[in-house]
Design a protein around this ligand. Structure first.
Ligand SMILES: *[C@@H]1O[C@H](CO)[C@@H](O)[C@H](O)[C@H]1NC(C)=O
Ligand SMILES: *[C@@H]1O[C@H](CO)[C@@H](O)[C@H](O)[C@H]1NC(C)=O
Ligand SMILES: *[C@@H]1O[C@H](CO)[C@@H](O)[C@H](O)[C@H]1NC(C)=O
Ligand SMILES: *[C@@H]1O[C@H](CO)[C@@H](O)[C@H](O)[C@H]1NC(C)=O
Ligand SMILES: *[C@@H]1O[C@H](CO)[C@@H](O)[C@H](O)[C@H]1NC(C)=O
Length: 488
């Protein structure tokens, strides 16, 4: 706790001093707007640095606490050992205890090493302070000004990560622009071997904390989700804080990617950094099954209030916001809560740029069989970086979207199915209750679930898809005023 308090106090002091200086200047000179801007920039940079330092310190603190826990355990075993007498009967027991003891000692040693490494890490500070002083952060842009976007591949114990890596490397337009970082959890030897074979085509990092996680008894069967959350937190800290990247795309180890995967993220990057109402770009359309998408419109993109995941891009700023409160498990449903989402949206494509080729392990196998495996992967290359995507900025998008949805012809499910609709253009199927939404989605083969009240791929309550040659909006009434989080 002392570590943290000291850094918080120190940080506050710096901020206070700079703020006072700023106020003082403000009173002294009225006409120096430029200086003021500079100072304001410096303050916000300082603020960011302090925030980063606090997060780093928290990491350290967690390491120390974990170490204390291990030490206690060690002492407990030692005490147990002394209580036992040395009779033949207890030999086996003693042997086991001794074995446990040495395992624990190893753990403590590696923990200590890790903490020490962390303390001596000059690179981290160098990266951060470079940003602070010169405003040219490391690993943010190529010399020609185009962005560097790290690809973070999240891996555990599936050697099929090879399939994903082969595609990522084959399609990658530039190693410098898209450095691949494979973060491996689980200490799985075969998977590590597979990743190691790629040599310097990627950076292979391993999540060092393999200790048992404390899990409430009722949630024991969800252990995997706890491990995933811990791994994500560590891996994202590495990418954004230690390696100093400012943008990353997270790819799970079971994803196929489309030919224009990189082009899609590069093209949408300016939207993500310019539009503060966006917090992610996702490669995934939750309702992107063949038969529900327009196969002739791979260029089409949308905004969605539903966080899709499954191949998604985020910025360091977002990570700095989420990291301090990162949950112990179920991070994807957590991120979808209003407290985290704060009304922000993601970009998603008409036709997915990723597809999962099979989930073994933590995720629900049934979900894969019923839905995921029918998602269509785009096959056509779309030159997004050469297109005008400003229609996706909130100010442009919302007006056009609401107009299109609520000026469209209202139809029923059976009319849509029969194909006997005379009016041209998009159509709308209204829903007013949770149950009528669910009934209609079941008939159409759409996803019927809600997370924090938001339906999959929904925007302003509207789920947009393609059916029988028609653009269709499954839409609430025009006076819709927000999601009802009791809909689940
Ligand atoms: C030694 O460790 C194993 C597994 O970690 C555990 O089941 C066992 O109870 C431990 N033995 C003692 C004596 O602590
Ligand atoms: C948005 O950001 C990009 C890159 O950061 C920049 O080049 C562009 O001019 C900005 N504005 C728009 C409207 O895209
Ligand atoms: C891009 O599209 C927007 C409308 O969404 C339009 O206002 C703008 O002029 C276009 N920009 C260019 C360079 O064509
Ligand atoms: C939904 O479907 C069920 C049975 O299929 C029906 O009983 C119910 O009335 C429907 N609800 C709405 C709101 O359409
Ligand atoms: C919104 O419109 C629906 C029907 O279009 C109506 O039943 C409902 O009462 C309206 N709600 C509000 C808050 O005006």
């Amino acid at each position: 706790m002392r570590n943290r308090s000291v850094s918080i106090i120190f940080g506050s002091l710096i901020l206070w001093a700079v703020a006072t200086y700023f106020l003082f200047l403000d009173q002294q000179s009225v006409g120096k707007d430029q200086d003021k801007d500079k100072l304001a920039n410096q303050i916000s940079r300082l603020e960011k640095q302090v925030k980063q330092q606090i997060i780093i310190n928290q990491e350290l603190l967690e390491g120390i606490n974990e170490n204390k826990r291990l030490k206690k355990e060690y002492e407990r075993i030692n005490a147990a050992l002394q209580l036992k007498d040395d009779t033949e009967k207890n030999k086996d027991k003693k042997h086991e205890v001794n074995k446990n003891k040495s395992i624990l000692l190893q753990k403590i040693e590696s923990k200590n090493k890790k903490i020490l490494e962390n303390e001596q890490e000059p690179t981290q500070d160098t990266i951060l302070s470079t940003e602070g002083t010169h405003n040219t952060p490391l690993r943010q842009k190529l010399p020609d000004g185009s962005p560097i976007i790290a690809i973070l591949v999240v891996s555990c114990n599936r050697i099929t990560v090879e399939r994903c890596l082969n595609q990522l490397i084959k399609l990658r337009p530039s190693k410098e622009q898209f450095p691949i970082v494979v973060s491996q959890d689980c200490d799985h030897r075969q998977t590590a071997d597979v990743i190691a074979r790629y040599g310097n085509q990627l950076l292979h990092i391993k999540q060092p904390d393999q200790s048992d996680i404390e899990i409430p008894p009722k949630e024991k069967k969800f252990r995997g989700y706890f491990k995933i959350a811990r791994h994500y937190k560590w891996a994202l800290n590495q990418v954004f804080l230690k390696l100093g990247y400012s943008t990353a795309i997270i790819v799970e180890d079971d994803l196929d990617v489309a030919p224009d995967f990189y082009e899609y993220f590069l093209g949408t990057y300016p939207l993500l950094v310019n539009d503060s109402s966006l917090w992610c770009v996702s490669a995934w359309n939750d309702n992107g099954k063949a038969g529900l998408v327009d196969e002739h419109a791979p260029h089409l993109l949308y905004r969605t209030d539903f966080f899709p995941g499954l191949g998604w891009m985020l910025t360091r700023d977002l990570w700095l916001e989420l990291a301090p409160k990162w949950p112990k498990s179920y991070w994807d449903d957590w991120i979808r809560q209003p407290e985290q989402r704060k009304n922000r949206a993601c970009i998603r494509p008409e036709i997915s740029r990723t597809r999962t080729f099979g989930k073994l392990g933590v995720s629900n196998g049934l979900f894969f069989e019923k839905h995921l495996k029918y998602i269509k992967l785009n096959e056509q290359f779309v030159p997004f970086t050469k297109m005008n995507l400003s229609y996706l900025l909130k100010d442009n998008y919302d007006i056009a979207f609401v107009n299109q949805v609520y000026q469209s012809t209202v139809v029923s499910y059976s009319e849509l199915k029969s194909g006997n609709i005379v009016a041209p253009g998009p159509v709308r199927i209204p829903y007013y209750t949770r149950q009528s939404f669910k009934n209609t989605t079941k008939l159409l083969g759409l996803m019927d679930d809600f997370r924090s009240g938001v339906p999959r791929s929904g925007y302003r309550g509207v789920v947009t898809f393609f059916y029988n040659g028609r653009r269709v909006h499954l839409a609430p009434s025009a006076n819709w005023s927000g999601y009802d989080i009791t809909w689940s």
